[in-house]
Design a protein around this ligand. Structure first.
Ligand SMILES: [Cu+2]
Length: 130
């Protein structure tokens, strides 16, 4: 008799564990969603000879945004004087900067690293709205 009881307890525990694992996973995913809501929006911007993709973005005044800058070929940079942005992006080394616009308007940007004959064509605009 006592052997039967001893076998039943581990069985109940393992059933509990079967429930506990998905419940814990669910709890973890809820925490991740909450954290993601607080972190700034990420905008990925690629630079390549001789353009930025996208070449235009729209930001909200007072709302921080993370720019993930990726070069698809040689070294470039993104310079947006009006937003205090000046970030080099080397091939294979994505760079991240956080920008919080304080004024509305259209802020022009370009590439600050000479990258070839079309370097001057690399234009960028950040629209900042309310
Ligand atoms: Cu360039």
């Amino acid at each position: 008799m006592s052997k039967a009881i001893n076998l039943e307890i581990p069985l109940k525990r393992s059933r509990l564990m079967l429930l506990a694992v998905p419940m814990f996973a669910l709890l973890l995913s809820t925490i991740r969603v909450t954290a993601a809501d607080d972190s700034p929006q990420v905008i990925e911007i690629h630079a390549k000879k001789f353009e930025f993709v996208p070449a235009e973005i729209t930001l909200k005044k007072g709302v921080p945004v993370k720019l993930k800058l990726i070069s698809d070929d040689v070294a470039h940079s993104l310079v947006i004087k009006g937003l205090n942005v000046n970030q080099v992006m080397k091939a294979g080394e994505p760079a991240e900067i956080t920008v919080t616009p304080t004024e509305t308007g259209d802020f022009k940007g370009d590439c600050g690293v000479f990258c070839g004959v079309g370097h001057g064509k690399m234009k960028f605009v950040a629209h900042v709205v309310n």
